[in-house]
Design a protein around this ligand. Structure first.
Ligand SMILES: Cc1cc2nc3c(=O)[nH]c(=O)nc-3n(C[C@H](O)[C@H](O)[C@H](O)COP(=O)(O)OP(=O)(O)OC[C@H]3O[C@@H](n4cnc5c(N)ncnc54)[C@H](O)[C@@H]3O)c2cc1C
Length: 406
């Protein structure tokens, strides 16, 4: 099918990958993004995968060897700071906005609508229409939900699929290399580090500087610290100084300082001294509650879900960006190859449902020791997760693990 019209709800990377592929196939595509400003000012570090590079090449996006910092492998540390395992695996650690910005720049500006928060969706199976908070309406042959974790599109077509809280959060922060101590820069900075602590795990790695620099001195260090936060603690973390509760995630500027102080205090108590800088020198500290979204269906008549709207796998899996790109490509290719929208939707779902489900399972397994309050990942015999295995299978597509029998 060519010459049709798609409405893509959500203008982050999943929406833009899908929009580019459809556009290439001769479709008219309107992308609706609720946020008013350009998203590129947001985001931290992401793991880069060869599949993502292939998709960027396929879309003709410029190759750029400065998108990230290359590391030679992963290193597991125990809570005393001792290295307990190492695994050689060259990998590029990039920044989210280096994926977003070229996609945004290459998409026709007139068809990317900032400040378009979708509030409603109607479809008769042939045509579908969405309405926005400011009263606009957009109609097309298909609607694609690329609107993330709290997807309005998913809520309209599959209200039974809901995020399930894991019982822990990821504290995240990025520090400038120039602010880090000499000891940290010498001993920790270059590692893609997994620091295993009691029921908690810090993952840290170098990334490019805010200006894109990958030269020593101009880079940054990114950390994610998975830390238990039972439901009532989570509510407290998500409550601002005026008592307003942000149900799924609090903007960093609204976070109460006492919570950030507590993260630093916990770091001093739980982490070896060699890692303190990662947390203490972060320019901003943000919190991400960890949820699972597991779907049994991702196509509904002439409405489809892609990326995070379709599945939320915990960040241990590290493939959210790549997966959203693969979903977008599969959907656009199916719509291009089939004679009818129902056939295309069936084909898309057949191709992408299982990979999404596998990613959610993998994320649950990798985080189970934090969720269940175990001392170490290997303490639960159901998961076969000694640190040497955990560092091999984290931050990699599940499909690679299956291919390699891991
Ligand atoms: C600004 C931003 C920064 C990120 N930074 C990182 C990072 O540094 N590291 C990392 O690992 N992952 C990051 N992520 C998440 C990761 O990028 C996702 O896994 C990946 O982007 C694929 O997700 P997606 O495009 O499917 O959904 P998302 O990236 O979650 O994007 C969903 C988009 O839909 C928009 N939206 C939601 N509801 C509506 C609505 N009703 N109407 C219109 N628009 C709507 C949102 O504003 C958002 O832009 C980030 C996501 C965003 C949005």
């Amino acid at each position: 099918m060519r010459g049709k019209h798609a409405i893509v709800v959500g203008g982050s990377v999943g929406g833009l990958f899908t929009a580019h592929y459809l556009h290439r196939n001769g479709w008219t595509v309107d992308v609706l993004e609720q946020v008013q400003e350009n998203l590129a000012s947001r985001g931290t570090g992401i793991a880069w995968h060869k599949e993502l590079e292939e998709i960027r090449d396929e879309l003709g996006l410029p190759r750029d060897d400065t998108v990230g910092v290359d590391v030679r492998g992963r290193t597991a540390f125990d809570r005393t700071g001792k290295i307990i395992s190492e695994f050689d695996l060259t990998q590029r650690l990039g920044a989210w906005n280096r994926v977003f910005q070229p996609l945004y720049d290459a998409f026709p500006n007139a068809h990317y609508h900032n400040g378009a928060a979708v509030t409603g969706l109607e479809t008769d199976g042939e045509r579908a229409a969405v309405t926005t908070r400011d009263g606009r309406s957009f109609e097309g042959d298909v609607v694609i939900g690329a609107d993330g974790f709290r997807s309005v599109v998913r809520g309209a077509v599959a209200p039974e699929i809901l995020p399930v809280y894991s019982g822990y959060v990821a504290w995240r922060g990025v520090s400038r290399e120039e602010n880090l101590s000499h000891a940290f820069r010498e001993n920790v900075f270059h590692h893609y580090a997994f620091l295993f602590m009691r029921s908690s795990l810090l993952i840290g790695y170098p990334m490019a500087g805010a200006d894109g620099s990958i030269e020593p001195g101009g880079r940054r260090y990114n950390y994610l610290w998975y830390y238990p936060a039972p439901g009532d603690e989570l509510t407290d973390i998500l409550t601002d100084a005026d008592g307003k509760v942000y149900e799924y995630g609090i903007p960093p500027a609204r976070m109460r300082p006492e919570h950030i102080d507590a993260v630093k205090e916990n770091a001093r108590r739980d982490m070896p001294e060699s890692f303190h800088d990662a947390v203490n020198f972060a320019d901003t500290t943000i919190v991400q509650p960890i949820y699972d979204v597991f779907s049994q269906k991702i196509a509904f008549g002439n409405v489809a879900l892609v990326g995070v709207a379709a599945f939320v796998a915990r960040p241990h899996v590290g493939t959210g960006v790549m997966k959203s790109a693969q979903d977008g490509r599969a959907l656009a290719n199916a719509l291009g190859a089939c004679d009818s929208i129902p056939d295309a939707m069936a084909r898309y779902e057949a191709e992408r449902l299982r990979p999404g489900q596998r990613a959610v399972w993998q994320g649950r397994d990798l985080g189970s020791f934090i969720e269940r309050g175990h001392e170490r990942p290997e303490d639960d015999p159901n998961f076969n997760l000694p640190p040497e295995r955990a560092i091999r299978i984290s931050g990699r597509p599940v499909e690679h693990m299956l291919e390699q029998g891991l």
